[in-house]
Design a protein around this ligand. Structure first.
Ligand code: G4P
Length: 195
């Protein structure tokens, strides 16, 4: 997605060979116009999939997921990383280990908001090792719902998540795939060189 690649080149900061900082438009401050375009792109790709719900994970997946849900006219559910006071029991939950942050979170979704007849698009901001997506797929599976696919804003193609999930036959739609962050430069898998 050209507008997203341009934004990454313009405002993204390469922190190391594995980490890209995008908190000026995606992870902290949010660019609503870009999120709308991202939502539209996911909506275009999944408009004929018969989706009934979008499932994401707090916090940075919520903005792009909400835009896609608005355009598709379907609800958006986000998995919580912390137990909510009002969410006791009645939960689907799964353990998600972040290699990036070296922490494990138990994520959960209320059984009220995911049903066996749901057709779901999973959305997240980053795909690195694929742990968050695996946890969300686990939760969708526990509900007996169908995962139509996974929409990712930025995939780090040099980490294993995308490969592992595609090998399992899961449809992954990544709007920007980064093949390298070496030498302080963002290189996209599509061959476009930035900065
Ligand atoms: P995985 O789910 O694919 O295995 O990814 P990983 O554990 O590596 O990612 C854990 C957290 O780190 C996620 O955020 C993810 O968005 C973020 N992350 C991974 N790689 C990058 C990167 O290169 N740049 C930035 N900015 N973030 C990255 P989170 O903990 O869920 O935080 P948030 O959603 O509350 O922002």
């Amino acid at each position: 997605m050209k507008a997203l690649q341009d934004k990454i080149v313009q405002d993204g900061k390469v922190l190391s060979e594995t980490v890209l900082k995008v908190d000026s438009f995606l992870n902290h401050q949010i660019d609503p116009k870009l999120m709308q375009e991202i939502g539209q792109e996911f909506a275009n790709r999944y408009k004929d999939a018969g989706l009934t719900r979008i499932v994401t994970i707090e916090s940075s997946g919520i903005a792009p997921a909400t835009m896609a849900g608005l355009i598709l006219g379907i609800p958006v559910v986000f998995a919580r990383k912390r137990k909510s006071l009002t969410l006791a029991g009645n939960l689907y939950s799964s353990k998600v280990h972040s290699f990036t942050k070296n922490e494990t979170n138990e994520i959960s979704v209320s059984k009220d908001f995911l049903k066996s007849d749901d057709v779901v698009l999973i959305i997240d901001d980053f795909l690195a090792n694929g742990e968050a997506v695996k946890g969300l797929l686990d939760i969708v599976g526990q509900a007996g719902a169908t995962a139509s696919g996974v929409g990712i804003v930025i995939e780090k193609g040099f980490q294993d998540g995308g490969k592992l999930l595609r090998e399992k036959g899961i449809r992954i739609d990544s709007l920007a795939i980064i093949s390298s962050l070496e030498d302080g430069k963002v290189t996209f898998a599509e061959g476009e060189l930035a900065r």
